[in-house]
Ligand binder design. Structure first.
Ligand code: AMP
Length: 217
């Protein structure tokens, strides 16, 4: 199954619009909305995409869509997601590229839940270069771990997400964040593109903090 998924993406990437994307120079605003699980990335991305007319890509949502539709990608992703682990890079990166290429006319993107590893950050940087664009900023929502656990357990009462329903899985997702994702702060700091924002407060207050960063880009 793993080989078939990889082949599917290879075929689709070969047919991709990369050449078309490369032929145009566009002024895009591309933002990575960053933070551990439960930091509020999805909630804020919904507001910001309207405010700044950006395309919102959540890799978690794309995986959940595939699970709901019982695709092979969904079956593969579920085996990792249910344990609180990251889905392997190759499949995640190819999926993200396909999502970006579907939205070639966008003014820019809000990436929510991607990149989550160093390999994903490199792939995103290369993809942006191919589009003669770049990531303008990583805006991070900073929230203490115990607040995250509380928020995710609360969300689990209504989200229907199996990975929100179990405290062990929630803690594993946070651990996975520290193992593989937290280092990306440094990756973007080195490029002067990291902006941390206090992620505790009302939705409106946090949107204001994020907007203060985005407006200056
Ligand atoms: P999220 O909706 O962002 O909380 O993601 C839910 C789950 O989807 C994660 O715990 C991972 O198993 C998987 N996932 C989402 N985005 C990625 C990614 N960029 N890399 C690997 N796995 C991901």
């Amino acid at each position: 199954m793993w080989e078939r998924i990889k082949k599917f993406f290879r075929i689709n990437n070969n047919k991709s619009k990369t050449g078309h994307l490369m032929s145009r120079v566009k002024h895009m605003k591309n933002i990575v909305l960053f933070g551990p699980p439960g930091a509020g990335k999805g909630t804020q991305a919904e507001v910001l995409k309207e405010k700044y007319k950006l395309v919102h890509i959540s890799t978690g949502d794309v995986f959940r869509y595939n699970i709901k539709n019982s695709t092979e990608l969904g079956t593969l992703a579920k085996s990792y997601m249910d344990k609180g682990h990251l889905v392997p890079d190759e499949v995640t990166i190819n999926m993200l590229k396909a999502e970006v290429e579907k939205n070639a006319e966008a003014n820019g993107f809000i990436f929510d839940g991607f990149p989550r590893t160093a390999a994903q950050a490199e792939a995103l940087s290369n993809l942006m270069l191919q589009m003669k664009s770049q990531i303008n900023a990583m805006v991070a929502l900073e929230v203490d771990d115990e607040i995250l656990v509380g928020r995710l357990l609360e969300r689990g009462l209504s989200s229907g997400r199996p990975d929100d329903a179990n405290e062990t899985v929630i803690r594993e997702r946070i651990a996975e964040y520290y193992r593989k994702t937290d280092i990306l702060k440094e990756y973007y700091q080195k490029q002067d593109k990291y902006f941390g924002v206090d992620g505790v407060g009302s939705i409106e207050e946090i949107t204001e903090r994020l907007s203060a960063v985005i407006d200056k880009l």
